[in-house]
Write a protein that binds this ligand. Sequence first.
Ligand code: ADP
Ligand code: ZN
Ligand code: ZN
Length: 848
Amino acid sequence: MLPTFANPLESLDPRQAAPSTAEGQAAYRLAEGDARWVEALVDCPGAQELYTYQLPPGMAIVPGDILSVPFGGRQLGAIAIRLVAELPASLNTAAIRPVEEVVCRSFFPAGYWDLLQRVAQYYCTPLMQVVRTALPPGLLGRSQRRIRLNRAALPDAPKGFHPAAQQLLDKLQSQKSGDYTWQFLQRQVKGARAGLQELLARGWVESYLEPPAPVRPKLRQAVTLVQPDGADLSPRQREVVEVLKRSGGELWLQDLLQRCQVSSSVVKGLAQKGWVEIQPREVLRAEAGGFGGGVGAEVSAEIGAGPAELTPDQAKALAALTTLQQFQPVLLHGVTGSGKTEVYARAIAPVLARGQSALVLVPEIGLTPQLTDRFRARFGEAVRVYHSALSDGERYDTWRQMLSGDPQIVIGTRSAVFAPLPHLGLIVLDEEHDSTFKQDQPAPCYHARTVAYWRAQQANCPLILGSATPALDTWAARASVPSPAALLTLSLPQRIHARPMPPIEVVDMRRELQQGNRSIFSRSLQAALMELRSQRRQGILFIHRRGHSTFVSCRSCGHVMTCPHCDISLTYHQAQAEGYESLRCHYCGYGQTHPNRCPACESPYLKHFGSGSQRVVQELALELPDLRCLRFDSDTTRAKGSHRALLTRFAQGEADLLVGTQMLTKGIDLPQVTLVGVVAADGLLHLADYRASERAFQMLLQVAGRAGRGREPGRVIVQTYSPEHPVIQAVQEQQYEPFAEQELAHRQSLGYPPYRSLVLLRLSGLDNAAVKHTADLLAVQICQQLPQIDLLGPAPAAIARVDNRYRWQILLKADTFSDAEREMFKALRSHVPTSVSLTIDVDPLNLM
Ligand code: ADP
Ligand code: ZN
Ligand code: ZN
């Protein structure tokens, strides 16, 4: 039988989607009555207010429906918020336009609006932007303005008078189709509007609207047998009927035609005679048959129903968790390899049994295939993954399955915190300290942990924050006295089977140099690497940067090769193929070939400084030619599923050593890994950011935690030029608590989070003076209206220019920010010209 899914246009009981507020309920009741108007949130930038549309006769709408509406000269996506029976007499109802169509029914579970509204408010972001973050992309179809060259009207060598006109022409001509979105051109060319006017006046370009293409359910033709027997069938028709019978009476038309090798006219003939029915049926695009190509169990040998017995610590934690059935934030503080995943899984089982769903958030899906596998092995079909690497269609379909209310487990990354699960019984944030849970760009700059907290509150269910190295914010929130809803701490202080934590050896690289070792590997690390092969064990080598060298400079004049579009040095990547650009900007993607001579002084002596993962692999090949290495960083894992493929190759013993960047720190659980090396810890230590120590400590302890998870004990070697640095000392001792207490005291004395709150206003634009001017203006506004807030800046960002855009920022500090203050920040947008963009980053993690 073919799977049956409800018609999406009738999929939900509208009552489920009705807003939870009294006002919303009242509006909903109208849906059954005689509403003639609908107020909708329209998908245009910054839309705050609701717009009214007419309900065409016969069109039933309930709040939460996704609509297509006319807006100015365009057609935009919109969300029905309220139904209205009567409009104020003052309104000219004749001018109100009708809703074009209903694109999708009821896309939200109860209470969902309240959540989105809370996010919009706390993060000072227009509601529509929050909606766009939460919803699967492409749902709110919108027409886009595009500009294309009118080649027929173009002279041989067109010259624009206006400088912007010339730049626009150049951009358009550089593209084969001669066609770009207006939004893109505006971002790329200063004064684009004036330039466009000139080009339009000359008839050299034309402007047009690209119609919206919202994601819709995917339909396929299904053939159902209606009457199994009968006379007067042609032999071909008889064969079709037989095949259908053998397949349980139903097949996709495509499959049927292929199996019977007949044309569709044969089947249509059968339909005409009433033997079969051909109907469109929805197919779900959600990732078919397992995750990422189904190279599953190879990664870990221990997948299956899970260990039969919990350790006493796990049992204690689980017992505490299973008593919780209302809102309760919990910190599960378990050292690396203490078996946190097993505790999550066992805490989830009763949630499903109660008919509720669970949400599991992880930093990066590709890096935690084992977690997904373990859950799949145990819970099978009830596990769904939801993350941004899915196609729009897959996300759309998964969204609908989540909405269905069936008990399920959704595993996803940051944005999955918005998964529309109607009956949420538990939320887990694994590796809760990870900064990928915070969105930097675009707004809303939300933290999934914060939103998860609100969701758990709303659903009245527990929230488990798991980590070996909790975020200091989380640690500081532990209650000294237990009280309802205060953060409860459960600990797993030991590894499974009391396996020892790997000892951490710190090597002073200055001494190595003094003693004549010029290699980037200390003698101790070299010896340990050499042993890997002979002892048939595996190792992990962590390096802070990808690429070959972190920068290239001239030995004669000191000139540093920098990106022409950003204020940052270029990274050298060694050529892998002809035409490969070997100097690359890690911020904007700019690339160029490596010059033979210094562009400033023509000197041929260019030197490469700093080592990236690529260089480390090369050095290894020179110094330890027998060692088989695999490189694991964002250069080698671009393609979908490649994380997993690489990890699988490593797990199968294809290499002795996995060399990579911070990806290695996340959740890899391979029992055969006994050695972890950190090539140079220094890159992590000296960043000008109040969180640098916290991040370095977490990263080093996490990567160290990859060693010795199996029966063989592990060993960690950390190389550094500053062994006396407090972070290095704390890492060596592997004690989270003293480090956390000391660092928190430091934060408190400096007035940094979690003791005070921050809001960062980021401004950027093509014209430095305009950006600075706007920043000054905003600073004055804030100082005048909110003198109680501490304001730092405006100052250029640490990287003052990225992708040709100049960046300025203003840092605001207060004990807490009130709702009124947040409203005021939101209102600052009215002072920002279109040529400058403003991002309000509430609780910023990254101040650079
Ligand atoms: P963590 O997330 O705390 O670093 P994991 O959840 O990845 O640790 O568990 C580490 C390893 O221990 C995994 O391979 C897991 O299968 C195994 N494990 C977990 N609990 C038990 C148990 N009770 N008995 C035996 N092995 C276990
Ligand atoms: Zn030079
Ligand atoms: Zn750049």
